[in-house]
Write a protein that binds this ligand. Structure first.
Ligand SMILES: C[S@@+](CC[C@H](N)C(=O)[O-])C[C@H]1O[C@@H](n2cnc3c(N)ncnc32)[C@H](O)[C@@H]1O
Length: 297
């Protein structure tokens, strides 16, 4: 199998996740993230056929909005395992069908062939070793189980005043991206996902990307601003922007006449091949109805 660039399989990366769930603004960042993307995440998971009683894995659950929705959706006969390197928000959730684990997907294994669904949003792009993390998620799925992965491609639709003279190219966003890259973040990872899932032998692979226009002082620009504030020190140390420019441009993100194209959010999904039990008929299984060329195993 060919590894995608940026995957140092087996190597312990020297760099750590750039944000911190214990930061004072983390809760606000998750509120904006949830407002931006929960509805589409839920739509994609519903389209994979989630049912009561499913066993689900949420990797890098962050603020816990999707873990909470999964717990409610699968009901008392279902189970949800939600993991994070810093699970402080997950630990505050009160669902009897939820298990929370402090877990680093880069180094630690997961229960194998356990889940009907594994989901991660904006986690793998942050991780050097993301290929191994993805493989761990796949190994955790039952035959017939679904993976849904959602990651940004922040580079394909950058503000560009050559295309549209009204688009403003903020230096602070460029500098923020430089800092993220220096921390091992793959800013285009979302765009690689469908091919990655195919290469890993999944069936019924599909993907959808979404982008919109973010206005100043909206969930998108507030989400970016909170992230950039958390990264203020390395951004200023990068020398790409002065302190005065930093303050001015951060203020710009609050102004209602400011508009920017959002990053592309890619959602990709795929299904583990293999016989799937027919619900209610003990001992009966069916194979997926997919072209054999789609299933390599
Ligand atoms: C950008 S946040 C996204 C949170 C959540 N998935 C969402 O979309 O609302 C990334 C999350 O991944 C977690 N994370 C980062 N590195 C991780 C790792 N190696 N293993 C597990 N979780 C990790 C972070 O602590 C954080 O909660």
């Amino acid at each position: 199998m060919q590894a995608a660039p940026g995957n140092e399989i087996g190597l312990k990366p020297a760099i750590e996740y750039v944000f911190d769930n214990r930061h004072e603004s983390a809760k606000m960042r998750y509120r904006e993230l949830s407002a931006l993307y929960d509805a589409q995440t839920i739509r994609h998971i519903e389209q994979r056929g989630i049912e009561e009683g499913w066993s689900c894995l949420e990797v890098g659950g962050g603020g816990g909005s999707i873990a909470s929705w999964l717990c409610t959706r699968v009901g008392s006969t279902g189970r949800v395992l939600a993991t994070d390197i810093e699970p402080c928000f997950l630990e505050a959730l009160a669902f009897s069908n939820l298990e929370v684990r402090r877990h680093d997907i880069r180094y630690e294994g997961l229960p194998e062939r356990r889940f009907d669904l594994a989901h991660a949003r904006l986690v793998l792009m942050h991780l050097p070793g993301r290929e191994l993390a993805l493989q761990r998620m796949l190994a955790s799925l039952k035959p017939g189980g679904w993976i849904v992965v959602e990651e940004f491609d922040t580079l394909s639709v950058l503000p560009d005043s050559n295309v549209n003279p009204d688009e403003e190219e903020l230096k602070v966003i460029r500098a923020g991206m430089r800092v993220l890259r220096a921390h091992g973040v793959e800013l285009r990872y979302g765009r690689w996902l469908p091919q990655q899932l195919r290469r890993l032998g999944l069936c019924n692979v599909g993907a959808e990307a979404s982008a919109s226009v973010w206005q100043g002082d909206s969930p998108g620009t507030r989400f970016y601003k909170l992230g950039l504030e958390e990264l203020a020190d390395p951004i200023l140390r990068s020398g790409l922007i002065s302190e005065v420019e930093f303050v001015t441009e951060m203020r710009r993100l609050d102004e209602l006449d400011f508009l920017m194209p959002s990053p592309m959010m890619w959602t990709a999904w795929g299904q583990v091949p293999g016989p799937v039990p027919v619900p209610g008929v003990e001992g009966l299984t069916v194979q997926h109805q997919v072209p054999s060329s789609e299933c390599r195993r």
